[in-house]
Design a protein around this ligand. Structure first.
Ligand code: ADP
Ligand code: MG
Length: 728
């Protein structure tokens, strides 16, 4: 009998919000578990402190001798906070974070023991990492990988462990994680953007890419979630009929937050505060039981670390509140899925946001320069950007009328469109003084005003300009932001390098003035990148056709999308800028394909299991009840029984028909899996899972969901959508 489902439902009636204590001012908590500037000043020698600060600012290597001082100070600070262990904390290509804890404790001869943490242990570690995905890098070259301290992201304490953010690389130097290429990309964009920013302000010496992510997620009661093998193992439901009420009434979005959820959010935010994650915004999202959390934006590398850390602690804290956090991009069919908008901009060390228009025409020309270069970079690399957000789970969300389609396009709003249309008419060659004055007054000069009331928002665009930043909206909720951020910053770095070359050539070769040269190059970029701009409805079918006419890619599945990761163009882009070499790209391509195939394989197994071992037996049980009933009626009414058992007989037949379809579907799916599993080539295997195995999911599900509607509710073993989504 379906006791588990009903017991879980009963359990929920007794749930109470967890009581949360917090100080009147959250700011008092901020960074208390982070080895930040304040604690470094307190625990490090002056020399050590200055060394770390310099490493953070300039990337200068830390002296080995100094690292012993730093580790000792760090250990003393950590012990004062109750830490007993330390770990290198890194982001392997599994998409989650990894850690291996070691105690500070060490024995000393036979006289006793001390707490020890040497500089060597801080700077480098060799985790037994043989089971992290490497795409063959370590097999081919060197059997080991090591982690190395990233001083730009401060160490923190989680529980009783000091966590040291690190990169993870092979002994031959290839990146085995998300952080390494991100750091290289951030450095590239810094160099390229600083050089261009100097056209406008000589004092700029560093440009930082900034990121503010918005994390969407579902909260499902943990007792209910435990009754669903699909939710527990695959992170999403593989079947389940839509509830009578879903999100049609839009009554969840920005609605009042349920009390158990609010307690969870407060608890999570308090932990975030202590960890230095500057969370700011929380609200209900569109779907029932869907929520969002967003921080104040930060430097790109730190923001990525903070998001990875957040995803990790979200689940841990949820346990205390009897919730399961569901980060999957599409956990429930027919209900909005979750994304992670990546708000992205560039800031100079002189305090300017390069994507915010300024108060002078020169500042606005600077804004336009970066703005247009970004459009050009996105235009030239749209397919690569799509590859950067590809995953089995995000495939369900892109194009599902709730998130952008698989087509990358940029939305800039009608006013900026007008500005670009004007700039497109700028004279070829030197500009007359009259034209320049005209431009300054009527085009460039008007930007701050138009952006102030720029309420233009297009939620259907994958890459939207939102007043002082771009918002990459197609990123999935489970994604490590490091991946899309590496791509965005790299393509912009390349673009800005080109731009600088072209402008300098006009200045030197054609003896143009700087602003004339800039206007000339921008004019051409506006023309060349027009196809990427789209202001209309990204969800509409017309856009699919229009995008095709424009020659934009529309890669709907992960194996297809990932091809761009290893194209000649991508390989030279990444290797020219030394962000990733061919080996690293090929390895990533293979790892992602393997991940894709494995996820579909796991989902197929779970679906087969649920369909055959839960759904069919339940349907048979109910059918037997009906048969018994019909036999009883026959006993009472003899030949007349049909008059009284029409509906029952109809149900019996319908159940048989659905069972037959489920069974044949599962059989065929298993056969398709067997064929796919025999394929050695990772790409071909991924395509086989995508094209030959996955299509059975919908068919099997359809019949299971029909049975859910037919079978007696009391017998149904799987917690239903309405229960998962509306109990809290
Ligand atoms: P939305 O309407 O998309 O929810 P919000 O204004 O609430 O927009 O989201 C703002 C997000 O953008 C926040 O995460 C914020 O930190 C981030 N953000 C704001 N300015 C910048 C910037 N200059 N660089 C990067 N991210 C930014
Ligand atoms: Mg947003």
């Amino acid at each position: 009998m379906s006791t588990l489902r009903f017991e879980a439902l009963k359990e929920i009636f007794n749930r109470k919000p967890v009581k949360i204590e917090e100080p009147a001012r959250r700011s008092e908590l901020f960074g208390t578990n982070v080895f930040n500037e304040t604690s470094m000043r307190q625990y490090l020698t002056k020399e050590a402190y200055e060394n770390v600060m310099e490493a953070i600012k300039t990337g200068k290597k830390i002296d080995r001798r100094i690292s012993d001082h730093i580790s000792t100070g760090m250990k003393e600070w950590a012990i004062s906070k109750g830490a007993t262990h330390y770990t290198h904390w890194f982001q392997p290509l599994t998409g989650t974070t990894a850690e291996k804890h070691d105690a500070f404790f060490e024995t000393q001869g036979d006289t006793g023991a001390i707490e020890k943490f040497g500089g060597g242990a801080l700077v480098q570690q060799e985790p037994d990492a043989s089971s992290f995905p490497s795409g063959g890098i370590r097999n081919t070259f060197e059997a080991r990988g090591y982690t190395a301290w990233d001083p730009t992201s401060p160490a923190f304490i989680w529980g009783t462990t000091l966590c040291i953010p690190t990169i993870f690389v092979s002994y031959t130097g290839e990146a085995l994680d998300y952080k390494t290429p991100l750091l290289r990309a951030l450095q590239s964009v810094d160099h390229a953007a600083t050089a261009v920013a100097k056209y406008f302000d000589k004092n700029v010496t560093k440009v930082t890419a900034t990121l503010g992510w918005e994390q969407e997620y579902f909260l499902i009661d943990s007792a209910l979630a435990a009754t669903r093998p699909d939710l527990s193992l695959a992170g999403r439901t593989l079947l389940g009929h839509s509830p009578a009420k879903g999100q049609q009434l839009d009554d969840h979005y920005f609605g009042s937050i349920p009390s158990r959820v609010l307690a969870y959010m407060r608890d999570l935010e308090i932990e975030c505060m202590k960890l230095g994650i500057p969370v700011k915004t929380r609200h209900n999202e569109v779907a029932p039981n869907q929520f969002e959390l967003a921080p104040i934006f930060e430097e790109g590398n730190l923001a990525v670390d903070h998001n990875s850390l957040l995803m990790d602690i979200m689940s841990k804290i949820a346990e205390k509140h009897s919730f399961k956090v569901v980060l999957h991009e599409k956990p429930f069919a027919g209900i909005n899925g979750s994304g992670k908008h990546n708000n992205w901009s560039l800031a100079t060390d002189t305090g300017t946001n390069l994507l915010a228009p300024g108060s002078t025409p020169m500042k606005n020309l600077q804004f336009l320069t970066f703005f247009i270069n970004i459009l050009k970079a996105v235009h030239d690399n749209e397919e690569l950007l799509r590859a950067g957000i590809a995953s089995a789970s995000n495939d369900h969300r892109l194009g599902a009328q709730e998130a952008p389609p698989a087509i990358i396009s940029a939305f800039i709003g009608s006013q900026l469109t007008e500005v670009l249309d004007e700039l497109e008419k700028v004279t070829d060659g030197k500009l007359s003084p009259k034209e320049k004055t005209e431009l300054k007054l009527n085009v460039v000069g008007k930007i701050p005003e138009i952006l102030l009331d720029n309420t233009d928002r297009n939620r259907t665009s994958s890459f939207a300009f939102t007043g002082n930043k771009f918002e990459f909206r197609a990123v999935g909720s489970t994604a490590n932001c490091g991946n899309p951020m590496t791509i965005l910053n790299t393509i912009l770095a390349k673009q800005l390098n080109e731009f600088k070359k072209e402008v300098d050539a006009l200045i030197k070769g054609k003896k143009m003035k700087k602003d004339d040269a800039i206007f000339n190059v921008l004019r051409e970029y506006i023309k060349q990148s027009k196809n990427i701009r789209f202001e209309g409805d990204g969800y509409g079918e017309e856009w699919q056709k229009e995008a095709k006419r424009r020659g934009l890619s529309n890669n709907k599945t992960t194996p297809q999308a990932l091809k761009a990761l290893i194209s000649e163009k991508t390989i030279s882009l990444f290797s020219d800028l030394k962000v990733m070499n061919k080996i690293e790209l090929e390895a990533r391509h293979e790892i992602q394909l393997e991940d894709y195939a494995m996820r579909i394989q796991i989902e197929g197994r779970i679906l087969g299991d649920i369909a055959r071992n839960h759904v069919i037996p339940t349907a048979v049980r109910y059918q037997n009840i009906l048969i018994e009933n019909v036999e009883g009626l026959k006993h009472i009414y003899n030949e007349d029984f049909k008059k009284h058992s029409n509906e029952q007989l109809d149900l019996i037949e319908q159940i048989s028909a659905h069972i037959a379809k489920i069974n044949s579907g599962v059989k065929a799916m298993i056969e398709a899996r067997k064929v796919a599993n025999k394929i050695d080539d990772a790409e071909k295997r991924a395509f086989a899972y995508c094209d030959e195995v996955k299509p059975y999911f919908d068919e099997i599900r359809y019949h299971c969901d029909k049975l859910e509607l037919l079978v007696d509710d009391e017998l149904w073993p799987l917690t239903k959508y309405r229960e998962l989504l509306f109990t809290r």
